[in-house]
Every structure is written in C-alpha cells, then in structure tokens.
Design a protein around this ligand. Sequence first.
Ligand code: SF4
Ligand code: MG
Length: 331
Amino acid sequence: ERLLMIQNLQKYFPADKNQVVKAVDGISFDIYKGETFGLVGESGCGKSTTGRTIMRLYNRTDGKVLYEGRDMDELSEKERTKYQRKIQMIFQDPYASLNPRSTVRDIIAEPMEVHRLYPNKKKQNERIYELLELVGLNREHANRYPHEFSGGQRQRIGIARALALEPEFIIADEPISALDVSVQAQVVNLLKKLQVEQGLTYLFIAHDLSMVKHISDRIGVMYLGNMMELTTSDELYKNPLHPYTQALLSAIPIPDPDVEDKRQRIILKGEIPSPINPPSGCTFRTRCPHAMDVCAAKKPVWQEAESGHFVACHLYNQEIMDKQKQEVTTS
Ligand code: SF4
Ligand code: MG
C-alpha cells in the first residue's frame, strides 16, 4: 500500500548570473506504508533537497507529492495542517537542530503547543515524559539543556520532538552521520524499535550504502539530481545494475577482517560535475566506465529492468543496445 507517491519531483535553486542549480531534476518513486525507504548518494546529489521538498520546507519547482493519494497542494488550509502533522523530520546534526537556550521539555512541547494538542500542562507533561521514555531517556532529563547531553542523547531528543505530533511518516536526513560509530547502531536500533511500536514509515537519507543496507526495505540511489536505480535492499546488494551503484557498493569495506575481499574496487574517475551545468544525456557519463556515444546524446529512460527493479541506464535498454551492436557490425 502506497503512503506517498512522488511524481517527477523537481527542485531548482536560483544561482548567479541567471543560472539555476538543478538540485532535483525530475525523480519519481513511491514509499509504501510501514517500510523504510533508503535514499542514498554522495553529498550534493539532491537527497536532502528531496526530503525537504517532500516535507514542504522548500517549494517544489515542478512535479507532485501525493500523500495517501491526495495532492498536498490541493488540500484546504485545515486539511494541510492535519497532514503536515503526519510528516516529521529528524535532522543530521542534533547539535544544530536543538535550541541551546530551551530545556528538553520546551523543545518537545513546542510543536505540541503550536498544534494545541493537549488541554493543559499536566496532560502535556505526561506525554513529554512518555516520549522521553520511549526514546530511552527519562523524566529527569526534561529540565536540562541540550549541551548537557551526548551526541547520541541529543539525537534521541530530536527523535522525541519528531514524535511529539504522533506522525506516520518520518524523514530522517542522515540521522547518524554526525554520531560516533559506537552510538550509530544504538540510534538505528531505536529507530527500528519505534517503527514497529508506532507504525512508522521512514525515508532514511544516507551518503553511503553501508548502514542503509541494514535498515532499509528498498533503496533508491541518486546522482546529480537524478534517480539512477531503485529496488529492494537485498536485490540491490546482490544484483546492482547501474554502474554508479556498482561503484558505490565496491567501496564498502567488508566488516570481517578475516574474510578476504576478492571484489574489484571500482574507482570512479573525476569529480561530480556541477548541478548548474550537468552533463547532457546521462548525468553520470563523465565518470562512467561504460559510457558510450549515445550516453551523451540521450538521457536514459527510467525503466523496470526486472520486476520491482528500476534503473536509468542505456545498458539495459534493449532497443538502444541493439542499435549499438548494429553500428559496431556495420562500421
Ligand atoms: Fe554509463 Fe551510459 Fe549507463 Fe549512463 S547510460 S550509466 S553513461 S552506460
Ligand atoms: Mg545532506
């Protein structure tokens, strides 16, 4: 069952000299109820912008976001407020996203007060204590300030705040990237536990594939504002189709030092081009080890190469590959 449908989402930002940054350039995907959808790509690929545009922190340039089949733009003010409650965000940097002058109580109370959730302070406080316990903290923590906590605890406060409005869908934008490796797994486990207990759906944004593998049901791989590949987590690791995904996977170290790493590490040439002036055709072509002439001329279509396995790459387009062969044999 689809919770969200993202259709041809586009977000451009104005840049110098009347240019535009094509941060997100027409991506489409669905998010199913109860799943964790991992969105992966190097920094600057548009994954955070995608999250923020879905969250409506940014106005989109084009495309649609449907929540439970309804276009968020076509809701009345009152309905939109209701829907906005259902979508919350957890940020990468728990240091920057919590007001240092507010107590934990006030941080969690703020969204509750904006939406007038509780008839009185007593009820509100009860809920705040409940939330603190839910994320592995306790009521004693309510009167303290963010600087009194460790990074992992601060992210727990951020999670409690995100849960304050009883959301259905949470966008977690690199929620563990700023944390020590030793606490990353704890926060991931907490998110998983909450998902089951609270019936949550996640969009989990990450810059590499190592952690998302364990948390995601399906994964989308982005590069320079475009979606390159999308399939289930297992399938992506067993059978990556896109040359970019193959390179990303080859860069993940094997955790067990006793296991010999026989994989060929794929080193990509060059840097990510500027999203102001992305390459014609396939945006990955300047770094792709398999690039062909057609890759500069034509943008690959987003196609279902195998059941539930989507990819944007000419290598999987029968028509184009047949033509390539013909050209090779006739020349
Ligand atoms: Fe590489 Fe061409 Fe496929 Fe792009 S379309 S990933 S350049 S082979
Ligand atoms: Mg980001």
